[in-house]
Write a protein that binds this ligand. Structure first.
Ligand code: CP
Ligand code: NVA
Length: 302
């Protein structure tokens, strides 16, 4: 594996398989009460420039369960918040800790942090990518569908960080991906470029019912991501019709599952009834963040 996990493209199909295999094993061990202190004495620094419930708690608990320690660092409380360059933060933290997780805005910041850190850097969400979430999503799909190869995933909504990482992760794993996004909200050009290598497996569409046809997995995410609060009203208008509801789900396979990385806005990208009908899967997806990230931490930091 590469030194860092900055985006899904850093991982090959075989590496994703290794992560998911270890994640399944660690999940089973945790459930049976077996300890796995493989990162005893190791510390993970976690830099947050944006809010978080799942990422923060799952990384912190995960490090504890691996026998290590995690430090929560709010970017605003670091000298970074006063303008210390990311390159200097990287070289300083590398002298103290064994790994760095960062949630921030620009992907470039994560890439720079990785470039200047001598320890592994993990992307805990940028405007461009959310690889840890997608690993948990792939783990959940495999648990529910028994495989990834040939599974049909539809993503409805904003061509955002989740959409970008799902496209790359799912195509890499042999899945078929149909995306329905309104014009002007397409996935990142680099991701569309990547998808060109998968002409049979990838479709970029405008109409949600077309994208959801024959889906095994239907995914959505908020219409306004962190940092886009000022656009919320305009986005509500642009995304009307891009909602996962009963009618849309009738176009999917009967046994289709619904995933949502959370937090969810009921009444916007998903209706309350569909959310509750699929809550068991959605919160298992949230739980799987813990297991998938423990596998990543182990493979990068051990
Ligand atoms: N899905 C996700 O990353 O959740 P948080 O923003 O709560 O970390
Ligand atoms: N697209 C959302 C994901 C939150 C986990 C955001 O960036 O806010």
């Amino acid at each position: 594996m590469k030194k860092d996990l900055t985006k899904m493209r850093d991982l090959t199909k075989a590496e994703i398989r290794d992560i998911l295999y270890l994640a399944d094993e660690m999940k089973a061990e945790l459930k049976s009460g077996k300890e796995h202190h493989v990162l005893k004495g190791k510390t993970l620094a976690m830099i947050f420039q944006k809010a978080s419930t799942r990422t923060r708690v799952s990384f912190e608990v995960g490090m504890y369960q691996l026998g290590g320690h995690a430090l929560y660092l709010s970017a605003n409380d670091l000298q970074m918040g006063r303008g210390e360059p990311i390159e200097d933060t990287a070289r300083t933290l590398s002298r103290y800790v064994d790994g760095i997780m960062i949630r921030t805005f620009a992907q470039e910041e994560v890439e720079n942090l990785a470039l200047y850190s001598s320890v592994p850097v993990i992307n805990g969400l940028t405007d461009y990518a959310h690889p840890c979430q997608v690993l948990a999503d792939l783990m959940t799909i495999r648990e529910r569908k028994g495989k990834l190869d040939g599974v049909n995933l539809s993503y409805i909504g904003d061509g955002n960080n989740m959409c970008n990482s799902l496209i790359v992760g799912c195509l890499t794993c042999g899945m078929n991906v149909s995306v329905a996004v309104p014009e002007g909200y397409d996935p990142h050009p680099a991701v569309l470029d990547f998808a060109k290598d998968y002409p049979q497996a990838f479709k970029l569409l405008r109409k949600p019912p077309e994208a959801v046809k024959d889906a095994d997995v239907v995914v959505t995410d908020v219409w306004a991501s962190m940092g886009q609060e000022a656009e919320a009203q305009a986005r509500k208008e642009a995304f009307a019709g891009y909602q996962i509801n009963k009618e849309l789900m009738s176009a999917a396979k009967n046994d289709a599952i619904v995933l949502h990385c959370l937090p969810a806005k009921r009444g916007q990208e998903i209706t309350a009834d569909i959310f509750e009908a699929h809550a068991e899967t959605i919160f298992t997806e949230a739980e799987n963040r813990l297991h998938a990230q423990k596998a990543v931490l182990t493979l990068l930091m051990k």
